[in-house]
Design a protein around this ligand. Sequence first.
Ligand SMILES: [Zn+2]
Length: 711
Amino acid sequence: MILFLITLILYFFSASCAYAYIGPGAGFAFLSSFVILFISVLLILVSIFSWPVRTAILLIKRRKIKRHAKIRRIVIIGFDGLDPDLCQQYMQEGKLANLAKLRQNGSFCPLQTTMPAISPVAWSTFATGVNPGKHNIFDFFTRDVQTYQPVLSSAKIVTAPRTLKIGPLRVPFGTSSTVVAGRKSQSFWSVLGKFKIFSTVLRVPITYPPEKFYGSCLSAMCAPDLLGTLGSFTLFTTQPNDDENRESKGSVVLLAHEGNCFSSRIDGPAIKRNGSDMTLSIPMRGEIDTHRQMVKLWIGKQKQVLRLTPGTYSPWQKLKFSAGFHKPVCGLVRFLVTQVKPHLHIYMSPINIDPEKPVLPISHPFYYAIHLAKLHGPFSTLGLAEDTWALNEGVIDEEAFLKQSYDIYEERQTIFLDHLKRSTEGLTVSVFDTTDRIQHMFFRYLSDDHPANDGQDTTTHKLAVEQAYVRSDELVGRVMQEIDDRDLLMVISDHGFKPFKWGVNLNSWLWREGYLVLEDGKPPGADWFENVNWTKTRAYACGLAGIFINIRGREKFGIVEPSHEKEALQNEIKEKLETLFDEKNDCKPIRRIGLSQHEFNGPYASEAPDLLVGFNIGYRASWNCAKGKVTQDIIEPNRKRWSGDHSFDPPLVPGSFFSNWQLKDQEPKISIMDIAPTVLNLFGLDRPKFQDGKVMHFSPPPSRHGNGVKR
Ligand SMILES: [Zn+2]
């Protein structure tokens, strides 16, 4: 209120003298500005005087909710990609004692996933309890209807007029860029927050940018690195032309060297200066100490030398990029010398946003990440922190990838367990990605005839996937020690896992069938739809499981009429693709095609791909297909380390569900969509009308005392 009055005084008395033409509308404009002022003051007064009434209503509601609450604390552990079949197998083999205990005393069953069975989609449904048509996330990527290029679906940068908020007034001053969440609808923790039930949400995918609610949240999947990408590593090397066969997820930097000494620079974010882009960088120099078998590194102005032993990761290193008069832009990296001779190779992880000095909000409240960094030391903040692409490209090996993944796992485990020790009520959710990343990269070891095994070692890390399950089970055991029967523990996953042996290039198929047309005389083979003639193309594939129709009035060069013509084309493509046959392997790559109008409902259903491809196990959209590259072959072997996946027809890859309380239903058919309404119900809240999931009912354990609310 004081701020408002000061602004008013400044507004009336500090304006300098100015001359202007007064047109006939000026009287109206002058009057209307007073009307706005009057309404604003009125609103403030109403807001102040109605505050006690509103507070009283909220208190009554909260008391009623407390009376209906069946529980005081809920803990949800998410293991991305934890497969129910593998859980069953390892439990039978006696390798997962804690999960087996949950199965015996509580519940264990498959958890139905979303269409498509992809993490950003499934975790968004988990968070909101709605189908993707209501939360707007249908894949990692969607396409820009103007350029046909893939764009991240979870967040976008929007430049808008900047306003100063004073009560209900918005005073314009310049413009600002903000990151806007792609995920719509309401998370169940924000619903809980309205009734002052506190939630701690750690590393749940698609929580970047962090939303404001009564609780704390650390962002995860799709939080960017300091360069604004999903994760770009750097390989420093003395080997010329080392980047010839590499793809574009990282950069290769040639070190200037003389004898054992070398120098280079670390490139950071680009900033705008005098209207043009300028890349901030930090000089780096080093020396190979052949005597001690190590590499010494000096970064920027630091006097301290960083000693790198080949094969051992450095601790997190702070990088401070100077941006002139502004505060330095801080990042965190780890280095790994992967080879000294004949050429020096130094891997540098993507530059994580420093949680102690975040340049972008990666948590809610903003200081939560800072608090965690002060408490536990530096930690990775990148959404997709495990560097799968560096392993795919052979920049790091399997051993180094595992070490990196488990180091990240340990950081998250420390944060989670420490929080659990301090909390006694409310909701705690923490998602661990390690199971997903390790299965993606090591699934070939579980499948003897996998094309990725050709010419590769198939024994060294045969137990990598099993080990990831054992480590998850150990964490469950530690959590079980922190809670008792009055708390509900749920262990869930967003989808399962199966081998990915063959890539299907849907864009090549569409081209062969005449739905996608290339420019006259242009051969196939260019990335990102470069030679596609959009004025003749009727359909194209984007992302991992979606085909879009080139619709008139929606896409820039759309040619298919949005009503009957679109539906007829959808049905025609569906019919043909469902009968696609892989002669070589004697089977059908596609099990089912879903049409968006039948799969989804809600305000964003029209944003979905028009056809959703449900692949059979073993098949997935090929790497080239995801890159918008038309090739001669439709089906190609997947020889990459990324050898397991989950982008199959959803009923083939359900997630897992464990709980310490028993589900009342003997043969439950539950979905990831049901978690949100269930949690609200347990805390005494009604299921919000917008949610699609149903409430699951539990029988609390017999050993539970009282009603579980009082301690
Ligand atoms: Zn995955």
